[in-house]
Unconditional design. Structure first.
Length: 307
């Protein structure tokens, strides 16, 4: 009986031990998935695929992925600046000139130098060493008595000047010549002396460089009153002589070559004393339009080639 009780007790103890063992073995596998579950869910949270799992922190860092924003700003700035600067350079030409160009740049040789209508300025020069073939002494008063080159003009211009001076005298205006024809070598000497005195920038406003002077054409002359006061000086403007010339010079085929208000076009300061023979027809057209020679030609000037 005792043995039966012991056997029964042993059986109960063995059954209890087996039950406890079974319970502890099922709990361990059941708890493992919970920590691994977040790992299995983490891949969908990233767009980087396997690379994001290998290095999750770099993939989540905003600096590499946002890098396009700084790269866009530098690429925009360089592309804007170069495109603006070249487009601003062309308008550097003299304002208001129809065909004007930068002074003393892209110089060309005037092909019609012997014509009364020839354009000679800071863009178009005379052929090197040009000398008119029909220079004469006009029969008018001068502010000096010597018979030297600067008394000369081309024949057609000289005859027209004689008529102009006679016409002025009939109106009570007495004119005299100051400086007519001037050779290229003489112009070179004068220009260099002005540069030495005032500098290039200032000299270019009132004196032509060699080969670019209208005086070399034999068609231009500086005039003043018979007394020679204010000869080739700014004080000549506003005098009765200057006012008469401005009103009537074109009737004789002459123009005020460097008019007031057109300095940016001609490249020279206002010179009411400097008259240029262009012939009756062209003078009449310019009187009507108010244009300078530069504006009249608008850049369409016959040339023989670049200098």
């Amino acid at each position: 009986m005792n043995s039966n009780r012991m056997s029964a007790a042993s059986a109960l103890m063995l059954a209890a031990a087996l039950t406890l063992s079974a319970c502890s073995g099922g709990a361990a596998p059941g708890t493992e998935p919970s920590p691994s579950a977040p790992a299995s869910v983490s891949p969908p949270a990233s767009a980087g695929g396997d690379e994001s799992l290998a290095s999750p922190s770099p993939s989540q860092s905003p600096s590499p992925s946002v890098s396009p924003s700084p790269s866009s700003s530098p690429s925009a700035k360089p592309s804007d600046k170069p495109s603006e600067k070249p487009s601003e350079k062309p308008p550097a030409s003299p304002a208001g000139a129809k065909g004007g160009s930068k002074f003393y740049e892209a110089i060309e040789v005037t092909a019609n130098a012997a014509m009364a209508t020839a354009l000679v300025n800071k863009q178009f020069r005379l052929p090197e060493g040009y000398v008119p073939q029909d220079l004469v002494y006009p029969d008018i008063p001068f502010t000096f008595s010597d018979k030297i080159d600067k008394r000369k003009l081309r024949k057609e211009a000289a005859e027209a000047l004689e008529q102009l001076v006679d016409g002025a005298a009939k109106d009570g205006i007495k004119l005299a010549g100051v400086s007519g024809y001037r050779s290229e070598s003489r112009q070179k000497t004068l220009y260099e002396s002005y540069v030495k005195k005032d500098g290039v920038q200032a000299a270019d406003k009132y004196s032509a460089r060699p080969g670019h002077s209208e005086h070399q054409t034999g068609l231009a002359i500086d005039v003043s009153g018979i007394d020679g006061k204010c000869a080739a000086e700014s004080c000549f403007g506003g005098t009765p002589e200057a006012e008469w010339l401005a009103k009537y010079a074109t009737d004789y085929g002459f123009i005020i070559r460097y008019p007031e208000g057109k300095e940016d076009i001609t490249g020279y300061k206002y010179e009411p004393w400097h008259i240029r023979y262009v012939g009756a027809d062209l003078a009449a057209k310019l009187a009507e339009s108010g244009d300078t020679l530069e504006e009249h030609y608008g850049g369409a000037v016959p040339v023989s080639g670049s200098k």
